[in-house]
Design a protein around this ligand. Structure first.
Ligand code: CU
Length: 244
């Protein structure tokens, strides 16, 4: 093959790769707004951002695989016994192999650093006077109490823009305390208290779910929650029947 012929398949591969990469990046940026639950806390914001960053970073890799597959299907398809197969071009091009290896290494290291950073940030407390909420799971309801008050509720009310420290436990079997919109997910174990922090930053309704199989009515173990203004939160607290 001449040099000119050698460059043709590379060009085709490159254009396939570029088009699929652009499409992949576009979907990665656009889809989370529709597919992910609405973010209502700093944690969830980071979770969604991480998903977008990982998807964008994965787009050129996936595009490389698709482009190579399409290229191979086109080039290596059976054309009769008498037609010799074309010489492999991509695999034997050192420049292509070296840049692919370099790109994969850079991407992997970047994602590792991002992932470790996000993991370290996720569960840490800012220590600024958090609102403490005691969370108890039992078959098959959640209850929430607010230390310093005598309020116990089956709905979770939280004030906006104040850090919350959930102290999570269970009265019977292991449950999983999960607020989808806040990126909060931790096991509720009997006999032990697990803490997790978040700062709700958006007013509105959310759902608290159980995400550990805990028996017959596990799938019905969910309840409503609300992020409200500080003023409305205080009025809600005051209006609750006092537990003796
Ligand atoms: Cu459950």
């Amino acid at each position: 093959m001449s040099d000119q012929d050698n460059k043709k398949p590379l060009k085709l591969f490159f254009w396939l790769w570029a088009i699929i990469t652009v499409a992949g990046v576009a979907v990665s940026l656009w889809a989370p707004g529709y597919l992910m639950p609405r973010s209502m806390s700093n944690n969830m914001h980071l979770t969604i951002l991480t998903m977008v960053v990982f998807s964008v970073a994965a787009a050129p890799v996936a595009a490389g695989v698709y482009a190579a597959s399409i290229y191979m299907l086109r080039t290596w398809s059976y054309r009769g016994d008498d037609v010799p197969p074309p010489a492999p071009v991509i695999r034997e091009n050192n420049k292509v192999v070296a840049s692919w290896l370099l790109a994969s290494t850079v991407l992997t290291v970047f994602l590792l650093i991002w992932g470790l950073g996000a993991l370290a940030v996720d569960n840490s407390s800012t220590g600024k006077n958090p609102l403490v909420v005691d969370v108890t799971g039992q078959q098959w309801v959640w209850s929430f109490s607010y230390p310093g008050t005598h309020v116990e509720s089956n709905q979770l009310y939280l004030p906006e823009n104040r850090e919350v420290e959930f102290r999570v436990t269970s009265d019977d079997v292991t449950h999983g305390f999960w607020i989808v919109n806040m990126g909060v997910q931790v096991d509720a174990n009997p006999g032990t208290i697990t803490t997790i922090h978040t700062t709700p930053n958006r007013l509105g309704e959310f759902t608290v779910r159980c995400e550990q199989f805990c028996g017959l009515n596990h799938s019905f173990m969910d309840t409503e929650g609300f992020v409200v203004s500080t003023q409305n939160f205080n009025s809600w607290l005051a209006a609750q029947p006092q537990r003796s």
